[in-house]
Design a protein around this ligand. Structure first.
Ligand code: AHG
Ligand code: MN
Ligand code: MN
Length: 337
């Protein structure tokens, strides 16, 4: 592995580490990478090709969909349905799973994705992304159902995201560290630019939507109050704050320079355990964060240990630099019992 190599070479070299590998997984990663390039192109052209704005439809979560939410979802389906690597797909934007159509061969993997993350940022030209997770279909299952997707994050074979920012990047882990690739638009290839990404253990930067403050639980209030007190409080250091409202952008920042990101449990809507979705957002990001030396927790448990009870399950998310996340978890421990 060396800086400057193409993602396709990286994928092939990873495959060669497993002597029995069939090439299915490598093929799947290449198809995902193609889908992300197509989405990147659409996001980049924006108003020029009329893709901004609302589609005026609602997804299963009751959120109004943007045109690009729907288009990106279709791109993922089209790039991945015919290849023979997948048994089925599931997405934040679809009520039910998408079985591979009968005219195509079925494969052993399941693909789960948030086709466009941070979509409130599309119309204002701020970074958005795509998040994906690859699971293995349980053995002998020819026609996967929704329950075959309900695996804890520890079972992921791959977690990754594409960030459509000033540069388009693809960051992924297969359980062997985290690597980041930058799209060279002129040659159409992702190039390894960020090898072996590691999250610094300490940070002085937090990310949380503070407009929800009055709904937070006591441990989160305590943590944020202490950050805000800076050198005048128990932390005895000043903190900086960021909130992009694109989880992909926040996680990427944390991978590059450290930080803590929180979308914690709150009592804004008692029917929802959190805002972010376990399968499409929390699990793949947790896999990446842990592989980069960080921690990802709900405050009460490791996110990747949760056995999902539904495709669209939501969870509280607290992730990033180890020592800060440990601190927030310890504040939750303090109020237990
Ligand atoms: P999506 O656009 O896929 O629905 O996800 C948006 C998510 C996440 O990316 C971001 O961190 C969070 O929602 C922002 O929520 P607020 O608008 O409540 O800040
Ligand atoms: Mn999202
Ligand atoms: Mn989304």
């Amino acid at each position: 592995m060396h800086t400057g190599e193409f993602l396709s070479q990286f994928i092939m070299e990873e495959q060669r580490r497993f002597k029995d590998a069939s090439g299915d997984f490598s093929g799947l990663l290449n198809d995902i990478c193609t889908a992300c390039k197509v989405i990147s192109n659409g996001v980049n052209k924006g108003a020029l090709i009329g893709v901004l704005g609302s589609a005026e439809t609602e997804n299963v979560q009751g959120e109004t969909q943007k045109k690009l939410d729907i288009l990106s979802n279709e791109v993922f389906l089209q790039c991945n349905e015919w290849t023979g690597h997948l048994g089925a797909m599931a997405s934040e934007e679809m009520d039910d799973i998408y079985p591979i159509p009968d005219q195509y061969p079925r494969g052993k993997y399941l693909l789960v994705f948030d086709p466009l993350d941070g979509s409130s940022n599309i119309d204002v030209n701020i970074s958005v992304g795509t998040i994906f997770s690859i699971l293995r279909c349980p053995d002998h299952i020819k026609e996967p159902t929704a329950k075959d997707f309900l695996l804890p994050g520890t079972k992921q074979v791959c977690g990754g995201y594409a960030l459509y920012g000033p540069s388009t990047m693809l960051v992924l882990t297969t359980g062997n560290g985290v690597n980041g690739f930058t799209l060279d638009q002129n040659i159409g290839e992702f190039v390894l630019t960020h090898a072996n990404m590691m999250i610094p253990e300490d940070t002085q930067e937090f990310a949380i939507n503070a407009s929800n403050m009055r709904f937070w639980e006591a441990p989160v209030n305590r943590y944020i109050d202490e950050c805000l007190a800076g050198t005048t409080g128990v932390r005895d250091k000043n903190f900086n704050m960021r909130w992009v409202a694109s989880m992909v952008a926040e996680v990427h920042r944390i991978l590059v320079r450290g930080g803590i990101f929180m979308y914690p449990k709150d009592n804004k809507d008692p029917t929802k355990a959190g805002k972010l979705r376990l399968l499409y957002e929390a699990n793949p990001m947790s896999f990446i964060v842990e592989q980069a030396g960080g921690i990802s927790s709900t405050g009460r448990e490791r996110i990747m240990d949760i056995v999902p009870d539904g495709l669209h399950q939501r969870v509280p998310v607290i992730l990033g630099s180890k020592n800060e996340v440990d601190r927030v978890v310890s504040y939750h421990d303090d109020v237990k019992g």
